[in-house]
Structures are given as structure tokens and as C-alpha cells.
Design a protein around this ligand. Structure first.
Ligand code: XLS
Ligand code: MG
Length: 344
């Protein structure tokens, strides 16, 4: 048994380098140029935010949005690429300042639902049935600002609205414990799957597990993946790395903790990830220090590290692991794993 791995990333992963304390340091690359880099870097799938596909979508009607999205679909086909998913960007518009689905303002909540529907239209135009929901502002800066029970009901209601709008779509909730909010309502895989269970179509709601988000929640990403796999809910993944509990760093996969990365690759391979068409998605950012001409290395490098770890995973003597587990000699097992990672 083994996984089958195809890789994807989003156009936002080729980034100008701005951070909250400084402006851009690299020129923007237009989508028509970015799209040409995918195959060169070893990728087959494109992840999208809705407005990566139709930038001015809030000014257009449904029909116009669909026809613009179809043009992007043709570009992908021309490059031999497929769209992996579309995610509604519900954190930049003035109507999402206080959250989208959990905003205290009914008109803003309605805006978010309407926007979801257009996101689904775009997904259909791109021939993908997967919608990712990163619930960016569904949380609080101060505890008293929102009712946490009502918030979960509102998130569920928004998801139900999407499920009813299109009976073919699947939704992958991407949990994250904080940033931009102080506290998020759906911080972990367990929370996301609990919400999935109370929706109108639980079998169509799963998760997108991002390594850095699990780490920010103090959890091990491979255990989060195992949890989702136990429920058949690992619809997609966002691999990256994270150095401790700080802002979301989106570092290259495996660049901080190789063993933690090894365990993610291991569980994915062990449980045949990708055999139902799932992608190995990356959500990585180039360091701000990277110059323009080398600002895509983080993508190719993350993929290379994944594939190198896959070789390590597949070359490991499983009998040896089983024997050490049977003897309960975990110190020896630890040294064995570390030696494998050190190429010994
Ligand atoms: C941010 C998220 C975002 C999603 C897509 O932390 O990772 O990039 O993956 O909306
Ligand atoms: Mg992500």
C-alpha cells in the first residue's frame, strides 16, 4: 500500500514579500506568467482563492463571473494543469471586518453567503468540486464580542447553504487556532470534523490540514492527519513548516523539523493518500530576503524534501520497527529513526 502524489500550490505562494512591518520587496508576477511556472517546478494542480480567478468579482454579476472563470479554465487546460480547489476570500472586504459567517451584522453575513455561491460557480467553471474554507475572521479579538455557541451555528448554517446550493461540491474546512484573530472558533481538526458532523451532508464536509496551523495549536500535524484519516475526512493538505508558536510562518516543508515532516509523509503514504485524486498541497512563502529570480525555490524545495522523505519512508525496515515496538524499546526506535533521517 502506498500513496500516489501529485503536487499543487496557490498563486499567493509566489509572493511580493510584504509583511505587516514592511512593503513589498519583489515585483508582482501576473497570473499568466505564474501559470507557466507550475510544470517547470514539478506541479500539476493550482489552488485558488475565488478572486485569484476573477479579481474584480464583487463588481460583476454571476454570469460575468462564470464567463471570466471559464477563460482561466482554458488557460489551465492549455498548460496541462487542473484546479485543485477554490476558496472564498472572506477576510479583505469591509463587510468581513468583524468576520464573515459570524459577523454580528446580518447584512455582512448575507454578503458572505452570496460570495460563497459565486465561489462555487467559479469552482464549477474550473471543473473542481472542492471548496476550501479557511475561516480567517471567524473568531474574536475580545471574548465578549461574540456568542461562541451562536457562532458555531452560524458557521454550520453557511456551510449548509453551500451544500444546498450545489449537491456535487465537497467542502474542506482549514482549521487554524489564531491569526488574524486572537481566538478562532474552529481551531483544530477535531473542531472542524465536529462541525462537519452536524451539517446537512456530513459526508461532503472534511478538512484541509495545514502543518503550521496544527503546530500553532500545539499539535502534531501527522496526528491531526491520522485523526482525519480515521474519519475518511482528509480531503486535502497544506504542507509547510513552522518554528514554534508565533505568527504563521509558512516555511518550506521540512525546513524546521525534519522528523515532524517525515511523520507527515509517512502517514500519508501508509494510508494511500492521493489514490482518490487528493493533491499534496503546499502553502509556503518565500523568505522576504529572497531576490526576484530565486523567489520560487521554496516551492520546488518543499516538493523535493517531500519526495526525499518519501524515499526514506519507503526504505525503512518495517520489521525492525515492529520488533522494537514489541520489545517496547522506544529509545532504540528513536535512534533508529534519527539514523535513517541522517542517512545512516
Ligand atoms: C492562511 C491560510 C490560507 C488558506 C487558503 O493561513 O493558510 O492561505 O490556506 O485560504
Ligand atoms: Mg493554508
Amino acid at each position: 500500500m502506498s500513496g500516489e502524489f501529485r503536487f499543487s500550490f496557490g498563486p499567493w505562494n509566489i509572493h511580493e514579500g510584504a509583511d505587516p512591518f514592511g512593503p513589498t520587496v519583489r515585483n508582482s508576477i501576473e497570473f499568466s506568467k505564474k501559470v507557466k511556472l507550475y510544470k517547470q517546478l514539478g506541479f500539476d494542480g493550482v489552488q485558488f482563492h475565488d478572486d485569484d480567478v476573477v479579481p474584480n468579482m464583487n463588481e460583476l454579476g454571476a454570469g460575468q463571473i462564470t464567463s471570466q472563470a471559464k477563460k482561466v479554465s482554458d488557460i489551465l487546460t492549455g498548460e496541462g494543469l487542473v484546479a485543485e480547489f477554490v476558496a472564498p476570500r472572506l477576510w479583505e472586504d469591509p463587510r468581513t471586518i468583524d468576520g464573515a459567517y459570524t459577523s454580528n451584522d446580518a447584512a455582512c453575513r448575507q454578503y458572505a453567503k452570496d460570495r460563497n455561491r459565486r465561489t462555487i460557480d467559479i469552482a464549477n467553471a474550473l471543473n473542481t468540486k472542492l471548496i476550501v474554507l479557511w475561516l480567517a475572521r471567524e473568531g474574536t479579538y475580545i471574548r465578549e464580542a461574540k456568542d461562541s455557541r451562536l457562532a458555531v451555528e452560524r458557521i454550520t448554517e453557511a456551510i449548509n447553504d453551500m451544500l444546498a446550493y450545489d449537491s456535487g461540491i465537497k467542502i474542506a474546512i482549514e482549521p487554524k487556532p489564531n491569526e488574524p484573530m486572537d481566538q478562532a472558533f474552529i481551531p483544530t481538526t477535531g473542531h472542524a470534523l465536529a462541525v462537519a458532523a452536524i451539517t446537512d451532508a456530513p459526508e461532503r464536509v472534511g478538512v484541509n490540514i495545514e502543518s503550521a496551523h496544527a503546530i500553532l495549536a500545539g499539535l502534531d500535524p501527522s496526528d491531526e492527519m491520522g485523526f482525519a484519516l480515521a474519519f475518511n475526512k482528509l480531503f486535502t493538505i497544506h504542507l509547510n513548516d513552522q518554528n514554534g508558536l508565533k505568527f504563521d510562518e509558512d516555511k518550506a516543508f521540512g525546513s524546521v523539523d525534519l522528523r515532524r515532516a517525515f511523520n507527515q509523509v509517512r502517514i500519508l503514504d501508509q494510508y494511500d493518500y492521493g489514490r482518490n485524486g487528493e493533491f499534496v498541497g503546499l502553502d509556503v512563502k518565500a523568505m522576504r530576503t529572497q531576490k526576484q529570480e530565486v523567489a520560487t525555490k521554496h516551492l520546488a524545495n518543499s516538493r523535493e524534501i517531500f519526495l526525499r522523505l518519501l524515499e526514506v519512508v519507503r526504505s525503512i525496515d518495517k520489521n525492525k520497527i515492529d520488533k522494537l515496538i514489541a520489545k517496547r524499546d522506544y529509545e532504540e526506535l528513536e535512534l533508529f529513526i534519527i539514523n535513517q533521517l541522517m542517512g545512516k
